[in-house]
Design a binder for this molecule. Structure first.
Ligand SMILES: [Zn+2]
Length: 272
């Protein structure tokens, strides 16, 4: 692997950075110290804006075909696990950071949670608002509103890989978390079986909006940098009904072996 000169890891500042993959969407570097994979160089703000506009065109939203939205079936299972494993969602204040079209927020609301969303994209935010969700453009807008600014649960579903400096967002989010609150994060697993087998052709490398790819190790580092110390992995059974028995069994096996498609963690500010 060629070394990248004068590039430091954006997470741990190590100089042990190597070029790992060359993809049509740009080169991807690996930090050999903290295992973070990141686009190098990072795309400009203008490029990202053009990309997100193309993702959230009105016709795509109508057909719910935007690749930014997670399958409803998966969202439903996550919400059921949160509801079951962390006390009922009823009455809890939940912030969905990067709420996209508001699908997850709607499911949380149906469970009785008091839901707020943050969504940067104007089109997606408009859609979420139409679903009767309180959505703000960013944390600054939320904080300057009259809304309650403390939350019991903060969720980031397939969002953290899109953020410029996820540790900065997480630090700010942790300030909004109630003393006993939890942050749930899911993100593509850079050491999952699919990533290992497909290498530079891994589907998660294709989106120009993905700036980082994480392992359990590097996600821990991100939380640590954000001042969140108590991080635990979750091994929830997430099944896809369209899969047959064997494939579902295999998927469960991958989850247990930490080789499934997503890294899922729960982070807290205080030890329980
Ligand atoms: Zn690093």
């Amino acid at each position: 692997m060629p070394t990248v000169k004068n590039v430091r890891c954006p997470l741990c500042a190590s100089k042990k950075v190597k070029l790992r993959f060359f993809t049509p969407a740009g080169d991807i570097a690996l930090c050999q110290n903290c295992t973070l994979l990141f686009r190098s160089p990072q795309p400009s703000q203008e490029m990202l804006e053009i990309f997100y506009r193309s993702k959230y065109t009105s016709s795509r939203i109508e057909r719910r075909k935007t690749s930014m939205a997670s399958p409803l079936e998966v969202l439903n299972q996550i919400i059921n696990h949160l509801d079951k494993d962390f006390g009922l969602l009823k009455g809890k204040r939940l912030l969905d950071y990067g709420c996209s079209l508001g699908d997850f927020a709607v499911l949380a609301k149906e469970k009785g949670a008091k839901v707020t969303g943050i969504e940067l994209d104007d089109g997606a935010r408009y859609e979420a608002k139409n679903k009767d969700i309180d959505v703000f453009k960013d944390l600054r807008e939320l904080k300057s509103s009259n809304s309650d600014n403390k939350f019991d649960i903060i969720t980031l579903l397939q969002v953290i890989e899109h953020l410029r400096k996820p540790w900065v967002d997480l630090e700010e989010l942790s300030g909004l978390l109630d003393k006993d609150g939890i942050i749930f994060i899911s993100t593509p697993n850079a050491t999952g079986l699919n990533a290992r087998v497909t290498g530079g052709r891994w589907r998660e490398f294709k989106s120009p909006g993905h700036l980082y790819w994480f392992t359990y190790e590097s996600i821990n580092q991100v939380c640590k940098k954000a001042g969140i110390v108590y991080v635990s992995q979750v091994y929830w059974r997430i099944t896809h009904t369209k899969y047959g028995y064997m494939r579902r069994f295999f998927q469960r096996l991958l989850q247990v072996l930490r080789l499934s498609g997503s890294v899922m963690i729960i982070a807290r500010k205080t030890e329980i």
